[in-house]
Ligand binder design. Structure first.
Ligand SMILES: [Zn+2]
Length: 493
């Protein structure tokens, strides 16, 4: 789903999957990588309105958290913005009932041909990369991922797989980030300076993920600096989300898990809930409000009131889609923002852009591509000029063909197909012949009983066995690997 649009362009053009609308025939399954709206936002529409009835896979936390995001989105867009209703609350419920939840590294046989497996993607709670294999052809689709761990999530983790294709996100295709510590310090300094002079801090965030990470950071700082200024969460949703974070503690990083025995990192001591009447209350405070890109909802409502004072501070997430207020604020500080024909906002507040993100930077993308060494790479989820730069880098530095197709563009890639071959008796026999090499060396014998170790001279034997054969492919005959003697015998007869 595209967060910058309010009309039909918000959803994918599903007619490209099937013109007749027979989606069950056209698709084997749907895989959702994580609960963010740009990844799950169109799902209830596709299943309940367009009528897709096949299997849907996602991890357990995604299945728990996605309906929260969808309900919140539904509320913001329909109740407050008056957008046309695309799907109902009941639709969200019945859609989620069809979802099959999976564990990380669990291999699922979707049908006779397709096999899928989820791997941890970092990013947000429950986010997964998916491996998919049909016959000998295999791909990985990363969704959004993070190669460095954050305060409560581990980093992306995947096996070294044989892949024809890696489809990777490229949000930060050309950004290399400096140390996380410096970025966190900058954020805390901006917040502290603002509240020290009596200002209000608005932190627009996605309710799940970033809010928890920033909150752990602030709580820690509040404790150290002995600050008493209130920190608020807007509405019930984030508190509800924290409840889920607590429940799903087993999915979070090792550090949080270890600390959990003494103190639950999600038990926010300083955080209280906020309601609308407090917008005009005097005195400093910090407020977390959704949505993150200030494209409607409560964060926009508060922004309209607080942006007009130079005492106040608004933080922006690392990334905002074009068309949102967040995006307008990112591209240089404007003095006025036209919301619609009647509403103009006088922007006088300070703006701080959060440089930390739940997405990998370009070094992380390069590291993943290098680690997996797929035969091809497709870049998605990024901005065209930056993707083109990264594409050039992947091709030049790693020698891997790379594509950055536009929406609705088709890319064809050759997939692997292994040929099964028989082997002649002579060839098999030739492989059995050892080819020893001998090397003198010394080795230490450690006594199991803990006595002195004895150094002895040892002869090391290596078997470097190489067999050469000829692959014979004849029309209407089985493919065969033969020994060269077989081959000459054949040619003579
Ligand atoms: Zn995401």
């Amino acid at each position: 789903m595209h967060m910058g649009y309010h009309d039909h362009r918000r959803y994918p053009d599903f007619s490209l999957i099937s013109n007749s609308g027979n989606f069950d025939h056209a698709l084997t399954c749907i895989i959702i990588t994580h609960f963010h709206l740009d990844h799950v936002g169109a799902l209830p529409y596709f299943t309940e309105v367009c009528g897709y009835g096949g299997p849907i896979y996602m991890t357990h936390p995604t299945k728990v958290l996605a309906p929260l995001m969808l309900e919140d989105y539904h509320k913001v867009m329909v109740d407050r913005m008056g957008d046309e209703e695309q799907f109902t609350s009941e639709n969200v419920h019945s859609c989620m009932e069809k979802v099959i939840a999976v564990d990380l590294k669990q291999t699922i046989q979707v049908d006779g041909d397709l096999e899928i497996r989820a791997y941890c993607a970092g990013h947000v709670l429950g986010a997964a990369m998916f491996y998919a294999r049909v016959g000998d052809a295999a791909i990985v689709y990363t969704g959004d991922y993070n190669m460095t761990p954050d305060r409560y999530l581990g980093a992306a983790q995947i096996d070294r797989l044989q892949l024809d294709l890696l489809i990777t996100e490229s949000t930060y295709a050309t950004t290399i980030r400096d140390s996380k510590f410096a970025r966190e310090r900058e954020f805390l300094k901006a917040v502290h300076t603002c509240i020290a002079s009596g200002g209000k801090v608005l932190i627009p965030t996605f309710a799940l993920g970033r809010a928890q990470e920033l909150c752990i950071l602030l709580e820690d700082y509040w404790e150290r600096m002995n600050l008493k200024v209130p920190i608020y969460f807007s509405g019930g949703m984030t508190i509800q989300a924290n409840m889920y974070s607590k429940m799903l503690i087993s999915w979070t990083s090792q550090k949080v898990k270890e600390a959990y025995t003494t103190r639950n990192a999600f038990d926010f001591k300083h955080v209280c809930s906020f309601d609308r009447s407090m917008i005009h209350a005097p005195g400093p405070c910090v407020l977390f409000a959704t949505p993150g890109m200030i494209n409607g909802g409560f964060s926009l409502e508060v922004f309209k009131q607080w942006a007009t004072s130079e005492n106040n501070l608004v933080t922006l997430p690392g990334y905002c889609v074009a068309g949102t207020v967040g995006h307008k604020l990112m591209s240089g500080k404007p003095t006025k923002i036209d919301l619609d024909s009647e509403t103009k906002i006088d922007v006088r507040c300070q703006i701080h852009q959060l440089a930390f993100s739940a997405h990998t930077d370009s070094k992380g993308i390069m590291d993943l591509v290098k680690f997996l060494s797929p035969k091809n790479v497709i870049l998605v989820h990024g901005e065209k000029p930056k993707m083109t730069t990264l594409k050039g880098k992947i091709q030049a530095e790693l020698g891997i063909p790379c594509y950055d197709p536009a929406n609705n563009e088709t890319v064809s890639i050759e997939s692997t197909h292994y040929v099964k071959a028989d082997a002649s008796a002579l060839f098999v026999q030739s492989t059995l012949c050892p080819n020893f090499s001998f090397k003198n060396g010394t080795a230490k014998d450690e006594s199991e009983l803990g006595g002195d170790s004895i150094t002895t001279s040892k002869l090391q034997i290596c078997d470097v066995r190489v067999s050469e054969g000829l692959l014979v492919m004849e029309k209407n005959k089985k493919t065969n690997v033969v020994h060269q003697d077989d081959f000459f015998e054949r040619s003579e007869t």
